[in-house]
Design a protein around this ligand. Structure first.
Ligand SMILES: [Zn+2]
Ligand SMILES: [Zn+2]
Length: 162
């Protein structure tokens, strides 16, 4: 969805509240196996001042992550506060100013700087058993009681699988 800024242009110097949903392509985060669960919602204010439109917003990205420890998908909302300027002044730090603003690029840019690098389905995720691969959040296995030495058949198998 595009953000129409004509009202802000007609009310120069006045901060106007807005709220829109923007659809982002999951391909931008697909390299890690993540995807967008739904649209990004943006709540903020826009203010036009002579040539520059400034947007101060809070973007909420509902993302389906994959847990680093157990590999299970889970949904978490990443919330990012941002400020971006739009103009046609030639300033390379500004996004182009049009009547209907496309927030896709600034939203991707802000997400890339704020996406968590470590993702756990829960703080105390038990992860997978290193021997049998069972998800230990769903129950225990018997491997833990085995002593692991080089003659252990499980370890030999594990090494083979590497
Ligand atoms: Zn997990
Ligand atoms: Zn096990």
């Amino acid at each position: 969805m595009l953000l129409n800024i004509s009202e802000a242009k007609q009310n120069e110097g006045k901060a106007l509240h807005f709220n829109i949903d923007v659809e982002l392509d999951s391909n931008i985060i697909a390299d890690k196996g993540y995807s967008f669960e739904s649209n990004v919602s943006v709540d903020g204010e826009m203010e036009y001042d002579c040539e520059i439109l400034t947007i101060k917003g809070k973007a909420t990205y509902p993302i389906r992550f994959v847990c680093d420890r157990c590999g299970e998908p889970y949904i978490r909302k990443v919330v990012v506060d941002f400020v971006e300027n739009f103009s046609n002044t030639g300033n390379v730090e500004h996004y182009p100013l049009t009547t209907n603003l496309d927030l896709t690029k600034p939203l991707i840019h802000n997400l890339m700087y704020n996406i968590p690098t470590r993702n756990l389905c829960k703080p105390n995720c038990k992860g997978l058993c290193k021997i049998c691969g069972r998800n230990l959040n769903k129950g225990t296995c018997n491997c833990c009681s085995l002593e692991i030495d080089d003659n252990n058949p499980f370890k030999k198998l594990k090494n083979k699988l590497k």
